[in-house]
Design a protein. Structure first.
Length: 180
């Protein structure tokens, strides 16, 4: 049975290792062998949003919930990331820099029970392609909320500083769409 507090404590110990992201990935994979247990502990998704479960200088653990059809613009983290889905699916589109812009490189779907690892330099966008909520545990190798990072305009792929207020608006707008 998944226990959020025990999981957080285990991640806090594992991140101290030089290659902490690898055992954290294995820990999340093990937890997601029973995705219903994770959802029971975190709550069944009923609205789009994110809850910071733990944050420190070397580790952030966040429960992200994407509304049906919701899409988040291209962005980077400037941190390694381990992402696992406990309900639904994420479509991740990956980009590479091309002078002052970015171009699409490939994409990968992450479905219930699956985990991916992203390197520090990865640029990606996220979309919930399902007609249900998608919930995932996102673990980052640093202080996700306070690190400098970038986002890219959806139309012209121009880079700017990451705007958390813009992200909050995307989540709020997704919830307004569902309420209709």
């Amino acid at each position: 049975m998944f226990n959020k507090e025990i999981f957080i404590e285990q991640c806090k110990e594992l991140v101290k290792k030089d290659d902490g992201h690898k055992p954290i990935k294995a820990l999340l994979e093990d937890a997601l062998k029973n995705p219903d247990s994770v959802m029971t502990e975190l709550g069944k998704p009923r609205s789009a949003g994110f809850e910071v479960l733990y944050a420190a200088n070397n580790l952030s653990i966040i429960n992200f919930v994407w509304a049906p059809g919701m899409e988040l613009h291209a962005h980077n983290h400037n941190l390694w990331a381990v992402i696992g889905i406990y309900i639904g699916a994420e479509e991740n589109t990956f980009y590479v820099r091309d002078d002052a812009t970015i171009v699409k490189k490939n994409r990968k779907d992450i479905t219930t029970g699956n985990v991916i690892m992203l390197g520090r330099e990865v640029i990606h966008s996220v979309k919930n392609t399902t007609n249900k909520f998608t919930g995932g545990i996102h673990i980052y190798g640093g202080d996700f909320s306070n690190i400098e990072r970038s986002q890219w305009d959806e139309n012209y792929f121009t880079e700017s500083a990451y705007d958390m207020e813009h992200t909050r608006k995307i989540f709020a707008d997704a919830n307004k769409t569902i309420a209709q």
